[in-house]
Design a protein around this ligand. Structure first.
Ligand code: ADP
Length: 482
């Protein structure tokens, strides 16, 4: 199984594909070129040999006619020339007269016999025939022998005989075989060279990627450099750059997670430490009055309440940190939702003489997770009440267009210093730690609010002037976007 995987991995590798490419572009054209050239050599050699024989034969044909050889075939001069031609070309020459009789056969096999073949008949009709029989390796030529005839008006020619020449092409075949053998050796050597070069070049080309994989493994194992730098190719440099940015982001995430864990431990420890101090001091008093016991127990009760609030906020935050798929989306009437929230917060506002006003510009229904959006809005309005002045006010307004609904929470409170504005959404961040603690803040409220809004693909913005007040604006899509 693992062997199979090794092979499939290898066939899928860049290394193998590069080799294949080298082979395709290096070997195949070489082979095609070689065989193409051999074939054209054969054609060219045959055509050259044919035209050479044809022109020799034509000269001899003219002499045959002028010496009236067809009627007197004993001319020693012509016979000698015919023998010479047949020797030169290693072939057989036959001279056929008008009655299809073989007057001369340089092989002396068929003299005085009659020959009626397709080529001879066609030649008597004036056709000049050249035929190459590849299998039996010979060229056959049939040439008409023209005799001039004197007419009263014009000079005409008549086919008086045919010259049949068959020449062996063994020489050409031998040459071709020799060339083919040489070419095969050369092609094999070429294939071997291309393969070796292909393997070496593919290994060389792929090397930076292996280097990169090795370095990533080192980084993952936690030793070596903590940055990836393989700049051999533009592509590897780009991958390294992206990888380093990802690594940076992961480090930031890891740092913030560590910071969050240490903050959580610290925040959870503070009420416990207070409780311990309260319990220890009352125990060390021995016979303390009942009123003192009651007072200390009330303080311990407050610390327990605070611990519970921190734990509840942390649980809300964890819920908000989950993926958007965990949203429980339904169609919610936002006007009614706001009225309910304000009704619930009215007593707290009244306690601090804060005027709480809701202004709805139009009826709004939106696809939201009711619980999460309620938590987010409650936190904003609650902050407006908590960080307010005596006889202050909190104005909440709701508006919408065809795409979003807009919520504005405006207060006449203490405001947020400019340099704190960019930190207020951080977990456990409080502008004034002791003041926030006093009024029961955990520093998690705005972090929860922001996560809930982002889960709905919305946005939240803050504008504030210290000593004058703060405005939070929220924008959430009416239709939930996946
Ligand atoms: P907390 O639980 O302390 O209120 P939040 O995350 O809700 O935590 O707010 C973070 C800090 O931002 C608060 O401690 C407070 O200093 C500041 N803040 C938030 N809302 C307001 C506001 N409306 N006016 C003034 N300060 C605010």
């Amino acid at each position: 199984m693992s062997k199979l995987k090794y092979f499939t991995d290898y066939f899928k590798s860049l290394n193998f594909r590069l080799m294949l490419l080298f082979a395709l572009f290096g070997i195949i054209p070489g082979i095609l070129l070689c065989f193409g050239m051999l074939n054209s050599y054969e054609k060219r050699a045959i055509s050259l040999r044919s035209s050479e024989i044809s022109s020799h034969a034509k000269i001899l044909g003219n002499q045959i006619i002028s010496n009236d050889y067809l009627n007197q075939p004993d001319s020693s001069q012509i016979n000698a020339q015919l023998e010479q031609l047949s020797t030169i070309y290693d072939g057989r020459i036959m001279i056929i007269d008008g009655r299809f009789r073989i007057l001369k056969d340089t092989y002396k096999l068929d003299e005085h016999k009659t020959i009626i073949s397709e080529e001879v008949i066609k030649s008597f009709y004036g056709e000049e025939i050249t035929k190459y029989d590849k299998q039996n390796r010979y060229i056959e030529l049939a040439l008409p022998l023209y005799e001039p005839l004197r007419d009263e008006t014009e000079e005409i020619q008549e086919v008086a005989g045919v010259m049949l020449v068959s020449v062996s092409t063994d020489g050409i075949s031998l040459n071709e075989q020799y060339l083919r053998r040489n070419a095969t050796v050369m092609v094999l050597a070429g294939v071997f060279a291309v393969l070796v070069l292909g393997i070496l070049s593919a290994l060389r080309l792929v090397h930076p990627f292996h280097k990169m994989a090795g370095k990533i493994e080192e980084i993952q194992a936690g030793y070596g450099e903590d940055e990836l730098n393989v700049n051999d190719y533009t592509e590897t440099a780009k991958i390294c750059d992206t990888f380093n940015r990802l690594l940076g982001r992961m480090k930031v995430l890891d740092d913030s997670r560590q910071e969050f864990v240490s903050n959580v431990s610290h925040e959870l420890k503070t009420p416990l430490t207070s409780m311990k101090v309260l319990a220890d001091s009352i125990n060390s008093m021995g016979d303390a009055p009942v009123e003192l016991y009651k007072e200390f127990m009330a303080d311990i009760g407050n610390e327990v309440e605070r611990e519970t609030k921190i734990i509840n906020d942390l649980l809300s935050l964890v819920k908000m940190d989950k993926s958007a798929g965990d949203l429980n989306i339904s169609n919610v009437n936002i006007n009614e939702l706001l009225e309910q929230i304000l009704k619930r917060l009215q007593p707290i506002a009244k306690k601090q003489d804060i005027e709480l006003v809701l202004e709805s510009f139009r009826p709004v229904t939106a696809e939201v997770d009711e619980v999460k959006i309620t938590i987010a809005i409650t936190n904003l309005i609650e902050n407006g009440i908590k960080y307010n002045k005596k006889d202050g006010w909190v104005h909440v307004s709701l508006n919408a267009d065809h795409q979003y609904f807009y919520l504005k929470v405006e207060d006449s409170g203490i405001g947020i210093p400019e340099d704190s504005l960019e930190h207020i959404y951080e977990r456990f961040y409080r502008v004034d730690k002791s003041h926030s603690r006093e009024i029961g803040g955990t520093g998690l409220g705005l972090a929860i609010t922001r996560s809930a809004i982002l889960m709905h693909r919305g946005a939240v913005k803050v504008f504030s002037t210290e000593g004058e007040g703060t405005i939070f604006t929220v924008r959430i899509p009416l239709k939930y976007i996946l």
